[in-house]
Design a protein around this ligand. Structure first.
Ligand SMILES: [Ca+2]
Ligand SMILES: [Ca+2]
Length: 466
């Protein structure tokens, strides 16, 4: 009798297991968004009510880092699950499918499709999977999504006469390349819904609100606060220019970062901004564009919450990397310091009773294995990251990981709980003690007392690069 009872209980468990549907996934990726978001506390002035509301019921990862502080390598890494040092994709021009051995990579959405999900995307998810040789440049890796709305530019451009109305003459300051054109801001006379990010949010909202037979994986790429900072004027008006607080900076901060570190910083832009007294304006423009991104995200989340899928959809929100606004005389990204390497990550799992903040060190490379884990898909054992599910169960669980951010071969940075270690191809090293120096002002790599710490980081890096 007892035997039969055990068999019966086992069978019931199997049927209950089969009947439980897999959760859906909504992944929101915000381009160039640093931690100037209310819930992430990188800037107290930031007005981001929609992300903050989502954060309240999520696990917020306040120490989350990208694999590379640039669109293509960061996104490639997150979506393939491989570090830049694994694929060789460090810049914006490489295409992972053209790298030897990675032609048939199963990307994150493809893995979900293989495991019974419908997939869709809108806006910029992949950066440049077609190598920029074909239009559309952004948003697509052929085969990654079943349904896709590809959109490139972020917003409606103002009339030509209003462009570069900030009056900066960047050329005079030795600034070159696309920055000359794109480093601009203006509060446009446009409605939210005329802007591309809003359309991407609407597309994803409409997709979610269809009837779904299979669980879905939908990715929404929000292009703002990527340059140029054109957003509807009402988002600029949220911030009083006179009250804008500037980032804390140290004079001659670059004195101890070496030749290559100095070369990374866009010092010309910083000088131009200072000379024209436009620092506050630029900071306000970035904040305004984050607020606009937040409004688009709110539109999408409100729609999800009203849908039949509100209670079985995991929401993951992230940036692709951070952004400097004058710290270390640098503007933009693509450097190995904290402000560029750190980017928001939060995960809302409606099944999770926990919410709160985790200060453990996590990386966007962990998103792929984490989502597999949360959705109960088979383990994919060739990924470089690690599931952070244990931190969703308890944000303070034991966790001793170190995040790797890379810029080029031989140019890497590691972030542990207390330190940032960076090495350049010429062997120059930086070491910052975050316990007492959160702005990374003082490079202590030269201090003989830190040799043991340096040796430990050199060893970790070697292991990470395999
Ligand atoms: Ca980006
Ligand atoms: Ca310094």
């Amino acid at each position: 009798m007892k035997k039969y009872l055990i068999v019966l209980i086992l069978l019931v468990n199997v049927f209950v297991g089969l009947a439980q549907e897999k959760p859906n996934v909504l992944l929101i990726m915000v381009d160039d968004m640093n931690d100037w978001v209310g819930a992430f506390e990188g800037n107290q002035q930031a007005i981001t009510p929609n992300i903050d509301k989502l954060a309240e019921k999520s696990i917020v990862f306040k120490n989350s880092y990208c694999s590379a502080a640039l669109c293509n390598p960061s996104r490639t890494s997150m979506l393939t699950g491989y570090n830049p040092s694994t694929t060789g994709v460090y810049g914006n021009n490489e295409v992972f499918r053209e790298m030897e051995g990675f032609e048939n990579t199963i990307t994150l959405p493809q893995y979900f499709e293989q495991n019974g999900y419908s997939t869709a995307a809108a806006g910029k998810i992949f950066h440049n999977a077609r190598g920029g040789k074909e239009e559309p440049k952004h948003g697509s890796d052929p085969g990654s999504f079943q349904v896709e709305r590809i959109g490139n530019a972020g917003t409606v451009y103002p009339d030509a006469k209003y462009r570069h109305s900030h009056g900066l003459n960047l050329k005079e300051y030795g600034v070159k390349g696309s920055f000359l054109r794109s480093f601009d801001w203006y509060g446009t006379d446009t409605k939210d819904e005329e802007n591309n990010d809003w359309k991407s949010a609407e597309f994803c909202a409409d997709y979610i609100n269809q009837e779904h037979e299979k669980p879905f994986f939908v990715a929404c790429g929000i292009f703002k606060p990527h340059l140029p900072w054109y957003a509807p004027k009402k988002y600029f008006d949220l911030y009083n220019l006179d009250e804008i607080q500037l980032p804390e900076v140290l004079e001659n901060d670059l004195a101890d970062v070496g030749r290559m570190g100095n070369n990374m910083a866009k010092k010309g832009v910083h000088k131009a901004v200072l000379d024209a007294n436009k620092w506050k304006e630029a900071v306000r423009a970035y904040l305004a564009n984050i607020s606009f991104a937040d409004a688009c995200i709110g539109e999408l989340l409100n729609s999800l919450n009203k849908s039949p899928y509100a209670t079985n959809t995991i929401v993951v929100l992230m940036g692709d990397h951070g952004w400097h606004l004058g710290e270390k005389e640098h503007w933009s990204k693509n450097v190995l310091w904290e402000r560029a390497a750190k980017t928001p990550l939060l995960i809302f799992d409606p099944r999770n009773k926990e919410s709160g903040v985790s200060t453990k060190i996590v990386s966007l490379i962990d998103v792929y294995p984490t989502l597999i884990d949360l959705c109960g898909l088979p383990v994919k054992d060739d990924l470089d990251g690690k599931s952070i599910k244990t931190l969703l169960n308890n944000p303070n669980n034991k966790w001793n990981e170190v995040a790797l951010t890379s810029k080029a071969v031989g140019m890497h940075s590691l972030r542990s709980e207390h330190y940032r270690y960076t090495v350049y191809p010429d062997g120059f090293e930086e070491l910052y003690n975050h316990t007492i120096d959160p702005n990374e002002w003082t490079n202590i790599a030269n201090d003989k007392a830190n040799e043991v710490i340096l040796q430990r980081f050199r060893k970790i890096l070697k292991k990470k690069l395999k």
